[in-house]
Ligand binder design. Structure first.
Ligand code: FRU
Length: 539
């Protein structure tokens, strides 16, 4: 079948065709990164789910292998859903995934590599004793899935969590095992929340030197909410002996919680990369085109650029940054310095790139007159940034901002996706905290002439002290139908899917705009043409 590749990505992970969703079992084993993912081998819609498999030595170029895990027994006859890999102390990797069994129940199965001397670990064996965890009485068998990577307690016993729900309450159900074969439920869940089903939980330690120089250690719990289709995380204290997790009191648990990404980013998972001593986050971005269009194009779903994730030195949030390897794709480079964009609807084009539809842009914006900031209604803090950004969008005439980038812009500028900032003054500032509130937004409302597109405005607050630094840094990865942005050096991320009809390939253009009253200076902007990742199918 024909694949329409006009808007396919150049450096984001995508198989040659068909549907993909969650990243699964991501791991590093003997010099090779393994990415498994939910995949429909037959069509560009969700269904027939198997674990497809790809390997890489640099997280940029991939070799696509045959699916590693697919239905073979009564314990996974109806699908092989999400799960995780754990590398055991003797170096053997084990995968635990959710099988949909003959009765439609969600059960957890294990699989081991057939041949440890195969560097690509192509074949996986499922022992006959599967499933290893079945839903007990009292567990909702249609909402019991997505086991995490396991961790070993001081007692040597393995633990993992599984996402589940009881009516409207989501749970991270805790299980324990000595041998990865016999598992017993803990009496208490690791955590729960009144937010519906918890899909794809992830639980891991983060350590970073705090502002006081002392190392801070926390545990992060992330969940994906199937009701709202976004993820949130908390971090806090995990007691290894008692298996209790208490999120830091300053963090909201639930719909107002912190997010990795305020855009189209779901079912994510991290893994520890022992080669580079970092934790890497993978997430899935669904299409926001119609299903009919996905089918016509022959493909659906991409993965976000893998992101290094760590705890901010001030301990207030996680930070994320595209893995450094992606910079190896940077080609021709253009630079803009100290260029003023006057207030009141001015803009200029960043010229000189060969492929503005496939680019990496780093910019720093200096606000020239912070006094022009409009008052921030404290009621908006309780609401989400999205409501504020969506109210009038990138074309609003503000005090400080909207200013930022128009990416994937067409010649007549009718198609354009805005990645922008707005700065407000806080009336309730007590002198101690930030006196300003900074919003980062992605407005795709003018991104395409096409109809039937889902074009929500995405937004998050960024914790930058604009009065102290005067500047807001932005990095945006542009990849045909992906606009993936990082504000404040990785404090706030927004991934958006867009489907231009004219701003396609070498027709796309890149601009800096300022619709606020205050002038804004682009102190420094570096834009790079990006090469394409090599995706090779093993034959
Ligand atoms: C999340 C999810 C998981 C499930 C998988 C099925 O996107 O719904 O909960 O295991 O996708 O493909």
């Amino acid at each position: 079948k024909h694949v329409d590749d006009k808007l396919r990505t150049g450096f984001h992970f995508q198989p040659p065709k068909h549907w993909i969703n969650d990243p699964n079992g991501v791991m590093y084993y003997k010099g090779v990164y393994h990415l498994f993912y939910q995949y429909n081998p037959k069509a560009a819609v969700w269904g027939n789910i198997v674990w497809a498999h790809a390997v890489s030595t640099d997280l940029v170029d991939w070799v696509m292998l045959e699916p590693a895990i697919y239905p073979t027994g009564p314990f996974d006859e109806n699908g092989c859903w999400s799960g995780s890999a754990t590398v055991l102390p003797d170096g053997t990797p084990v995968i635990m995934y959710t099988g949909i069994d003959v009765d439609g129940r969600q059960v957890q199965n294990v699989a081991y590599p057939k041949d440890l001397s195969d560097p690509y670990l192509r074949e996986w064996v499922k022992p006959d004793y599967n499933p290893v965890i079945a839903p007990d009485a009292g567990v909702n068998a249609t909402a019991f899935r997505d086991p995490t990577t396991a961790w070993q307690g001081p007692d040597g016993v393995w633990r993992l969590v599984i996402g589940t729900k009881d009516n409207h309450r989501g749970f991270a159900a805790l299980y324990r095992s000595r041998d990865f074969k016999r598992w017993a439920p803990a009496r208490r869940a690791l955590h729960s929340g009144d937010t519906g089903m918890w899909e794809c939980p992830d639980f891991y330690p983060v350590t970073s030197p705090g502002v006081d120089g002392r190392m801070k250690q926390k545990h992060v719990l992330k969940v994906s909410l199937d009701l709202t289709r976004f993820e949130y995380y908390t971090f806090g204290e995990y007691d290894h002996a008692a298996d209790t997790y208490v999120p830091d009191a300053a963090l909201a648990d639930g719909n107002d919680g912190l997010r990795y990404d305020y855009g189209n980013f779901y079912a994510s998972k991290t893994f520890l990369d022992p080669a580079k001593h970092r934790r890497v986050l993978w997430g899935w971005a669904n299409e926001s085109d119609s299903t009919a269009a996905d089918v016509r194009k022959g493909w659906a779903g991409v993965h976000a650029i893998p992101r290094k994730v760590w705890l901010a030195p001030d301990g207030k949030q996680l930070m994320q940054w595209p893995v450094a390897e992606i910079e190896s794709l940077r080609g021709k480079h253009v630079n803009v310095t100290d260029t003023l964009v006057k207030g009141g609807g001015n803009y200029f084009e960043v010229t000189g790139l060969a492929t503005p539809a496939q680019a990496d842009v780093e910019a720093s914006f200096q606000v020239m007159d912070l006094d022009k900031a409009e008052p921030f209604d404290p009621a908006w803090l309780g609401a989400d940034a999205q409501t504020v950004c969506a109210a009038r969008g990138a074309d609003a005439k503000g005090g400080v901002g909207p200013f930022g980038l128009w990416v994937l812009a067409s010649d007549e500028l009718k198609e354009r996706t805005a990645v922008f900032f707005r700065v407000f003054k806080r009336d309730d500032a007590d002198g101690a905290g930030n006196k300003h509130v900074v919003l980062m937004c992605n407005d795709p409302s003018r991104s395409s002439y096409a109809e039937h597109l889902y074009k929500p405005t995405f937004a998050g607050f960024i914790d930058v002290d604009i009065a102290a630094t005067g500047k807001i840094p932005l990095r945006t990865l542009i990849d045909h139908s992906v606009v993936e942005s990082f504000g404040g050096h990785g404090k706030t991320a927004i991934l958006s899917r867009v489907y231009p009809t004219k701003a396609v390939g070498d027709k796309a253009r890149l601009f800096v705009f300022n619709n606020g009253e205050s002038d804004v200076k682009v102190t420094n902007l570096n834009a790079y043409d990006m090469g394409s990742a090599k995706i090779r199918t093993e034959t």
